[in-house]
Design a protein. Structure first.
Length: 289
């Protein structure tokens, strides 16, 4: 109901499965189960100095349940343990042992995990549900095909990342340290414009990189040889800021002279992607005179 009027529409529910996502999720589940199995066995280590032993079954039961719940493996692993008894002999009273020292015996009870098994049916049921996704659209099939819907949903994450860039990093619209309404509107307009420039910068860099067919290097601090085929605008700008531009003015009898460091390779490539010439860089000397 909108302003007292009833609005209705028809929706198409699409159920999709990504085989790649299913394989990735299944592999992650297998790694998690292996780690959980090892952690469960470590709950009852062999008897030795400094190794805590469980002397009651209910304590071990609680510890196993808590570990399975923490690792998200409840119902996927079955743990079996047994009660073990041993007779331990020790000297009575303080002091060193000797042939004439009186000894006493006591019965020691401990619980030892004997097996950790996977529930194949439960794991298979979980794997069968991996990779599935439900999406809804109000566009008709003639307007938007199933393939176009999938591509549209995949591109939706880009919109969410733009919201994150505006609200948090690198623009950071919040918190707003202003008081007047006109300041709020002005700052919002300014940062919205900055977001558009940042987005356009990223699109042009990726488009130019695709056309060149070469990955960008030097974007990761301390990893000069590492490349990426999907650079973000923030990472590219941070890499450019780290290159360091030095402009030196030397005054002599012949007059002032300027020395500008050579244009870094990364900056050259980015300027080319943006359709800008190297004079944008060399003009620093003219603007500083």
């Amino acid at each position: 109901m909108v302003d007292g009027d009833e609005r209705t529409w028809t929706e198409r529910v699409q159920v999709l499965r990504s085989e790649a996502a299913a394989r990735s999720q299944a592999a992650a589940l297998d790694r998690r189960l292996k780690q959980t199995e090892a952690a469960v066995r470590d709950l009852t280590p062999p008897v030795g100095p400094g190794r805590t032993q469980f002397t009651s079954g209910w304590e071990l039961d609680l510890a196993v349940a808590a570990l399975l719940r923490e690792q998200g493996a409840t119902g996927l692993l079955t743990v079996a343990w047994e009660r073990q008894e041993a007779v331990r002999e020790h000297y009575v009273g303080p002091g060193r042992g000797g042939p004439n020292r009186r000894k006493a015996t006591e019965r020691v009870v401990r619980y030892q995990i004997t097996a950790v098994r996977r529930d194949g049916a439960a794991i298979a049921g979980l794997v069968a549900r991996m990779g599935w996704r439900v999406q809804v659209t109000n566009a008709s099939a003639s307007q938007l095909s199933l393939g176009d819907c999938v591509l549209g949903y995949r591109a939706g994450t880009c919109v969410e990342r733009a919201f994150h860039q505006l609200k948090d990093q690198p623009l950071g619209i919040r918190p707003l340290f202003v008081h007047r309404d006109d300041q709020v509107r002005g700052l919002t307009h300014l940062l919205s414009l900055a977001l558009r420039v940042l987005t356009l910068f990223e699109v042009l860099v990726r488009r130019g990189q695709d056309q060149d067919g070469e990955d960008l290097a030097g974007l990761y601090p301390g990893q000069a040889s590492r490349t990426t085929d999907h650079p973000t605008a923030q990472r590219v700008l941070e890499a450019i800021a780290r290159t360091g531009v030095t402009l030196i003015r030397v005054v002599s009898e012949e007059g002032p002279r300027w020395h500008l460091t050579a244009l870094p390779v990364l900056v050259k490539r980015v300027l080319g992607y943006l359709g800008l010439s190297g004079t944008v860089y060399t003009r620093l000397v003219i603007n500083s005179s």
